[in-house]
Design a protein around this ligand. Structure first.
Ligand code: SF4
Ligand code: F3S
Length: 119
């Protein structure tokens, strides 16, 4: 089992989640964060921290689950691995505009593969 970050995070990146993770397994992209499924210890403390409810366990009933599990894995390990982020930073400038209640389109096409800065 693992927790993963869903599409809601894309273009928002609030980063409240990273503060509470006991194993520092969040990896920062330019406009999204990924959880490493092999490092996540399934504690669940990050889930309620996300203001846009992007984080869920892989037992969740989510039509985007398979796709997003792949995305989380791809950018938290291997050749595409992003840097780790452990401390909260400012949300992206357009976070309000891209909140799930304000932006109804599929956000996956907006996902940047570029790394964030990490810490
Ligand atoms: Fe980190 Fe726990 Fe969230 Fe996994 S479930 S990413 S270990 S805070
Ligand atoms: Fe993303 Fe939510 Fe964390 S928007 S960066 S999963 S707090």
């Amino acid at each position: 089992m693992t927790y993963y970050v869903g599409k809601e995070c894309i273009m928002c990146k609030h980063t409240d989640c990273v503060e509470v993770c006991p194993v520092d397994c969040f990896y920062e992209g330019e406009n999204f964060l990924a959880i490493n499924p092999d490092e996540c210890i399934d504690c669940g403390v990050c889930e309620p921290e996300c203001p846009v409810e992007a984080i869920r366990p892989d037992s969740a009933d989510d039509p985007d689950k398979a796709e997003m599990l792949e995305v989380n894995k791809k950018f938290s390990s291997g050749p595409n691995k992003w840097p780790v982020l452990t401390a909260m930073i400012d949300a992206l400038p357009d976070a309000e505009k891209y909140k799930p209640e304000n932006y109804k389109e599929d956000k996956l096409p907006l996902l940047s593969e570029n790394p964030g800065k990490g810490d």
